[in-house]
Write a protein that binds this ligand. Structure first.
Ligand SMILES: Nc1ncnc2c1ncn2[C@@H]1O[C@H](COP(=O)(O)OP(=O)(O)O)[C@@H](O)[C@H]1O
Ligand SMILES: [Mg+2]
Length: 475
């Protein structure tokens, strides 16, 4: 029970799983003890953390008979991709990974098996991991085969003469080795120049690490064997990694890797500033259009002729339709996103037109249907104007001498192809109807801006205009 409650709490706090998915994780966590007892191994459930590539351990169990690999609880700790790749491989591919040898974050050799936990749609929501200690002989065999490699690596890393730079010489990361008394025993050239430039220490080797680099003190003091933290110091954003080095179960020192991520963070900041600016620009466009609309309204009220009133109202509605595009963009969470749902846009415009038409003719009912369809704002403006003209025509011309009527706006899509139909059950266009500015605007927008086609069907039962265009095609 404890396992399951804790798993639910951790999932809610650190992951973006929904309640149904959390219930599935809890269900697996509830069986964890049984799995551990049956397999005689340590078992864990890991879930991906929200907004991160790392995972978090949400449940664990070790065999009741004892013989656990770990002495400290693992639940709640973060699992970093670079340390347990098979866990993340399984997460990405959705496939099980069996018996992969791994060195865990705590520096223990294990045999690791991973099976993905999936939701109802087959998407991976967590990983079930089984870990058994690699037997002693295997570990020592591995150490044996590793020892030539260790020597080579050691040379590659540190050996340097006048002609050949060592790897640590050319590394961009600052690389610092600290001994068990927490003094710096080695700093690569990149670390040395960083320390000299920023902290004014000409010779850092032999000095206490926390004295030379005060900001790494909490990292050094941390009880964890592996720490990855980001710190901000002297105008830099630094990613600090610490790995504790053991020899025969004793801590002999630690390795500190410092990466300068200032450029990255600055770029992220710039992006945030840009998105705020784009939102602000959308606001201004919307406000300016609304000002134009108010001016037109004023003009209409200032006693103009009935004929001019009609033309001005048409223009007013066109301006308001374009403004609706920006209102929709700004109503989303991210006002810098240039994507507009044309179904809700059309619904908004048609509803506005019907509401404004007053009760001159019939009482009108609106049906607007279709699943959300996103287009960029440029296309959305064209669609807004088309819907405005067609719905406006239905309101103005279709229901003379009628008491009620229905206007339907329907969107359908097949792949990239979209069909929009605006239909009314009014009088039909009649033989005398002559295309004027409204239908000219519609024709121009469809043919030029949307690279699409249209068809007008009209009978005594009403008028239907069908517009087809492609979402992808550049207008
Ligand atoms: N849904 C409709 N029902 C009946 N008649 C229509 C409809 N849509 C258009 N018409 C006819 O087509 C003509 C041309 O429309 P349009 O080019 O939009 O000009 P306007 O609306 O300014 O008259 C209208 O005057 C009208 O007679
Ligand atoms: Mg018209």
């Amino acid at each position: 029970m404890l396992n399951c409650d804790q798993a639910g709490r951790l999932c809610r706090e650190f992951t973006s799983l929904d309640e149904r998915e959390i219930a599935r994780i809890e269900e697996v966590s509830r069986q964890l003890q049984l799995i551990a007892d049956l397999s005689g191994a340590n078992v864990f459930v890991d879930c991906q953390m929200k907004g991160s590539t790392n995972a978090i351990v949400v449940a664990e169990a070790s065999p009741s008979s004892g013989g656990t690999l770990y002495h400290e609880p693992y639940v709640g700790t973060v699992v970093y991709e670079q340390f347990e790749p098979s866990v993340f491989l399984s997460q990405r591919t959705g496939k099980s990974v069996l018996f992969n040898k791994a060195v865990t974050q705590r520096g223990i050799f294990v045999k690791q098996s991973v099976a993905p936990i999936k939701n109802d749609h087959g998407e991976v929501i967590g990983m079930l991991i089984k870990e058994e200690q690699d037997s002693e002989s295997k570990v020592s065999q591995k150490m044996k085969s590793l020892s030539p490699a260790t020597e080579m690596l050691w040379e590659l890393f540190f050996f340097t003469d006048h002609d050949r730079p060592a790897l640590s010489d050319i590394m961009k990361e600052h690389f610092i080795l600290i001994d068990s008394s927490l003094r710096i025993v080695y700093a690569n050239p990149s670390a040395k120049s960083f320390i000299t430039e920023v902290f004014n220490f000409e010779d850092c080797e032999g000095r206490p690490a926390a004295h030379v680099l005060p900001f790494i003190e909490p990292v050094i003091q941390s009880k964890k064997d592996l720490v990855i933290e980001e710190v901000q110091v002297a105008g830099f954003f630094l990613e600090v990694k610490k790995v504790v080095i053991y020899k025969n179960d004793h801590v002999t020192g630690m390795l500190i890797l410092i990466r300068d991520v200032t450029d990255l963070r600055m770029k992220e900041r710039e992006l945030v500033v840009k998105s705020v600016m784009i939102r602000e620009i959308h606001h201004r466009v919307k406000n300016n259009l609304q000002t134009v609309a108010s001016l037109l309204r004023l003009q209409i009220r200032k006693g103009v002729s009935e004929e001019s009133k009609g033309y001005l109202t048409d223009s007013l509605n066109r301006v308001l339709s374009i403004a609706s595009v920006y209102e929709i963009i700004l109503s989303g969470d991210d006002g810098d996103n240039d994507q507009v749902d044309i179904v809700s846009l059309s619904n908004k415009i048609a509803a506005m037109l019907i509401q404004n038409h007053g009760s001159e003719h019939a009482t009108l009912e609106l049906k607007c249907e279709g699943e959300s369809m996103f287009v960029d704002s440029k296309k959305a403006v064209s669609i807004a104007l088309i819907v405005n003209e067609l719905v406006q025509n239905a309101i103005k011309h279709a229901f003379h001498h009628r008491s009620s009527g229905t206007i339907s706006v329907q969107f359908e899509s097949r792949g990239d192809e979209v069909t929009l139909s605006v239909a009314d059950d009014g009088t039909g266009m009649g033989k005398t109807a002559k295309r004027s500015l409204g239908l000219d605007i519609v024709k121009n927008l469809i043919e030029h801006d949307l690279s699409g086609e249209y068809y007008i069907g009209s009978s005594v039962e009403g008028t239907t205009v069908i517009v087809s265009f492609s979402l992808g095609k550049e207008g």
